[in-house]
Design a protein around this ligand. Sequence first.
Ligand code: SF4
Length: 357
Amino acid sequence: MTTAERSKLLTISMIYHEAAVPEYARGREILDRFAGAERIVVPSHWNIPELHGNADLVSEWNTVKRTVLVLGVKKGLQIRPFYRSADFIAPSTANGCAMACSYCYVGRRKGSANPITTFVNIEAVSDAIAKHAAKQGMKLEPTQPDPGLWVYELGTNSDLAVDAMVSDNVRDLVRLFGELPNAKATFATKYVNRDLLGYDPQNRTRLRFSVMPRGVSRLVDVRTSPVQERIAAVNEFVDARYEVNFNFGPVIVYDGWLRDWAALFEEIDDVLSPRAKQQLAAEIIFLIHSEQLHELNMHWHPKAETLLWRPDLQEAKTSQMGAPGLRYRMDLKRGFVRDFRALLAERLPYCTVRYAF
Ligand code: SF4
């Protein structure tokens, strides 16, 4: 990644931070890293009215993501059980994102702006994970996320490959999991940050590159690494001792969608090394949208909504967390999932599927 590419994604000129941030070594490191940025002390990282509550900022959605950083201290360190990509969800070390995928649910909860918030108490987060893993003992029965190790999801609220441009939190977590005898980390990403190649993950971090057909990605994956770059990076990350899987998704349905996925699978088959193919698995997630996100997107990226907003195919659903959303109608979706899985099994027979929904 060149300096120009980095600064296109992040050129921090404004930092909102809680007063306690400089008391933490990680906080001081980050403030030093962005020493030229203006600083504003705020009572809470979560409630910054001039940022999250400022409706005028929606039209500056991507500028805010590039130029603003929020620093805070993570209060709740609970570890929640999960069952899809991981056995547990670790406390997050960041939320928000410098990229701007138009289907991203992180933006749904943060009002009018969604820049990166980084938490500086990484030692407390690491301790909480280590203690939790120690209590689990060895994994005696396989689960969907992994046959032999307890898997902790690190990236539910941010993209860790970009978070790693802000601080060493990700490096610390990758190192932690390299030392735990019974656990591995996992996170999904749409960004190729080759700094991570130097982290020595010891096959205890499962990185999931999220991919979708190129033409669709160009429209909805705003500010991410191009899909072909993510696919081309897989072999390097496998050689650097990451487990590398794919997130196929969000799968978006339109005329010709399966034809485009077939082309993507062909590209993957051409590019991946035998070693990468041998360890490959995938998670498949069909698009979940929402009315609230649709309205937000219409202010800054209406073109993407021609693909995402399909009332003719979608129906209301409520997430496990109680949030309203829109999914493809179940009577149609069953067929979509079946067709997708059949195509994948035909084109990439070595790719196991962890789940599809
Ligand atoms: S990369 Fe992930 S967290 Fe970032 S905007 Fe896209 S979906 Fe959201």
